[in-house]
Ligand binder design. Structure first.
Ligand code: FDA
Length: 395
């Protein structure tokens, strides 16, 4: 075993947050070692945004777009490294980008450009990167943190944990950060899959026949509301509106889908009955929904025969249901399909300016490992950049 004290900062996890932290600390003249157990850096960046990386959101600086047990925690880091700062970096590297929808910024070309940019910045600021490095233990026997690897024992006064959360384990995701947090006396907020498709149980089985049908909805749960597309799948519900609401959903919660956003469906059905009393309800519904969905909805609402056969009261009730259709998911597709993990290292034990553990000076947690989770649409990368920057300025 060799003892090496050649670095000021060791960062474990060469993902979005770890690379941003490394290049920031490197630019300050710190001697940085960046470790990862995979054979490449930025694996999740490469698959993000369908291969085009939704690298930030124009509203990525708004703390209200992030979920955490402490909703104010992210404000400091997000306020000091803004979407415009990351856009400047992307522009300096000549990477072409576009705004897709709802402030979401994507590469015109490939997510590989973002990884290459971060690797170049790391190299330019003297960061040493070691891939395929398995960490067997961490300790702090003296002033420095000691990191045990098969190649020997490494040590540095600053240690940054940037190993993300357990979502998509087949891509090398682990709960490593939580183990380190507990080892140093920090709490972990129960990690749950988020931005994940939801599954439906027996009661909603009728919707199984709709696999592939998508429509514009407002998905709501408590105060959370998202107007975006929802998609019926053979197991339940997906699409951006559902992924968003999944971050707020817990077992036993019923979510509500407005299937006709912006339209008073009760008034629409009553007016349709007056205008076309002999029309079939499913014909009316087919004017507003994909055919397969209109047929299932008419069946579920018990609307058969001509419109004139239905009392106004029944049509009003049917319309209200269309504007607030209740779904009680029986689960989610889990960490295997979750884009992110909600929960994680509790912000209670961390300093919001530096992401340093209050109980273990020199130890920082950044990115998805921390109990800060963004909305869908570039927010999670913005948190990775901002928290990585904050720790990189302090470590
Ligand atoms: P990240 O997971 O990126 O990096 C962690 C690193 O630590 C990895 O390199 C891993 O190999 C390493 N590691 C883990 N355990 C280790 C251990 N024990 N030892 C050593 N190394 C270890 N977000 C967004 O804003 N826009 C988007 O377009 C998308 N798209 C998207 C698509 C898909 C399919 C997924 C799964 C996720 C997204 N996301 C996203 C979310 C985004 O990828 C995520 O929030 C960030 O990658 C989090 O960055 P971190 O650096 O914290 O973790």
């Amino acid at each position: 075993m060799t003892n090496s004290f050649t670095h000021d900062v060791i960062i474990i996890g060469a993902g979005a947050a770890g690379m941003m932290c490394a290049l920031t600390a490197g630019q300050r003249g710190r001697r940085v070692l960046l470790l990862d157990h995979l054979d490449r850096a930025g694996a999740k960046i490469l698959i993000s945004g369908g291969g085009r990386c939704n690298f930030t959101n124009v509203d990525g600086g708004l703390a209200e777009r992030y979920l955490s047990a402490n909703p104010h925690f992210a404000r400091s880091a997000l306020g000091r490294y803004r979407p415009a700062d990351f856009i400047d970096l992307v522009d300096r590297h000549g990477i072409a980008w576009h705004e897709k929808t709802l402030g979401q910024l994507f590469c015109d070309g490939s997510a590989r450009q973002i990884v290459a940019m971060l690797e170049e910045e790391c190299a330019a600021s003297g960061v040493e990167t070691k891939l395929l490095t398995r960490i067997s233990a961490i300790s702090k026997p003296d002033e420095r943190f000691r990191v045990e690897t098969p190649g020997g024992s490494l040590a540095a006064p600053s240690l940054v944990i940037a190993t993300g959360g357990p979502s998509i384990p087949k891509m090398g995701a682990t709960g490593f950060a939580y183990d380190v947090a507990r080892q140093f006396g920090l709490k972990v907020v129960e990690p749950r899959p988020a931005l994940v498709p939801l599954t439906l149980g027996q009661d909603d089985r009728l919707f199984e026949t709709l696999s592939g049908v998508s429509l514009d909805v407002v998905a709501s749960l408590g105060k959370a509301r998202f107007r975006e597309a929802a998609l019926f799948t053979h197991r339940g519900l997906s699409g951006p509106a559902i992924l968003q609401i999944s971050s707020y959903w817990r077992h036993g919660d019923t979510l509500s889908l407005d299937l006709l956003p912006g339209t008073d469906a009760a008034a629409l059905l009553v007016a349709a009955k007056q205008a076309r009393p002999r029309a079939e309800p499913r014909t009316i519904l087919r004017e507003h929904f994909p055919d397969r969905l209109a047929d299932v909805l008419a069946d579920r609402l018990g609307l058969s025969g001509p419109m004139l056969g239905h009392k106004d009261q029944a049509l009003v009730a049917a319309g209200r249901r269309l504007n607030a259709w209740p779904f009680m998911p029986n689960g989610s597709e889990g960490f295997a399909k979750a884009e992110v993990t909600i929960g994680g290292v509790s912000t209670d034990g961390l300093d919001q300016r530096t992401l340093m553990a209050k109980k273990a000076p020199g130890l920082h947690f950044i990115g998805e490992a921390v109990d800060v989770t963004g909305w869908l649409g570039g927010y999670n990368f913005q948190w990775a950049w901002a928290s990585g920057r904050a720790a990189g300025e302090a470590a």
